[in-house]
Design a protein around this ligand. Structure first.
Ligand code: MG
Length: 181
């Protein structure tokens, strides 16, 4: 039987790891202590995770792409070690003052992923801690969850009726529990 979601898209900073701002070195990247256990629960709902992340620190000159690649390798290793199917990581380096449709809330990274992996976006879920994670999900007809870790608390009451996420949860762990029970 197919699982509920073709894919669960995950924001990175503030959703699966702490967000101290512009993480430029691997040693500054810390998964939330609940992240692996939460993802393990979410795995009952999907075979596929994809990370979709704005990293304007690259355009700002605060993050080197080679350091971001090291962080990616570490994330892939951790997912793999814990038997979590991470299909891909999509990044957008654009500066917000000069951004393409790839930068969230733009939809293009999601569209690229759905084309590349033949995903039915109406059968996908996006989880993130920012309004910019929820808005593209709404445009694309995906389910969405705002987590209040990271910056989420700040955005909780910022949604118009039509923009509201399907779920609002304290963090990825509470969200996973809500989704599987
Ligand atoms: Mg975030």
């Amino acid at each position: 039987m197919s699982k509920k979601y073709d894919c669960i898209f995950l924001d990175r900073d503030g959703t699966i790891n702490t967000d101290p701002g512009y993480i430029s070195k691997l040693q500054d990247f810390k998964f939330f202590d609940f992240a692996v256990a939460a993802l393990d629960m979410l795995k009952t709902l999907t075979n596929n995770f994809i990370i979709i992340s704005n990293q304007s620190g690259v355009a700002r000159g605060l993050i080197l792409e080679q350091d971001l690649i090291k962080i990616n390798e570490y994330i892939f290793e951790e997912f793999s070690k814990n038997n979590l199917g991470l299909l891909d990581i999509y990044y957008c380096f654009d500066h917000p003052d000069n951004s393409s449709g790839r930068r969230k809330p733009g939809v293009e990274m999601f569209v690229e992923a759905s084309n590349q992996y033949c995903l039915d976006l109406s059968r996908c879920l996006m989880i993130g801690d920012s309004k910019t994670d929820i808005l593209p999900a709404k445009v694309l007809g995906m389910e969405s969850m705002l987590v209040l870790s990271g910056e989420g608390e700040k955005y909780k009451n910022s949604f118009y009726e039509k923009e509201k996420p399907d779920y609002i949860s304290k963090n990825l762990m509470f969200g996973a529990i809500e989704l599987i029970t």
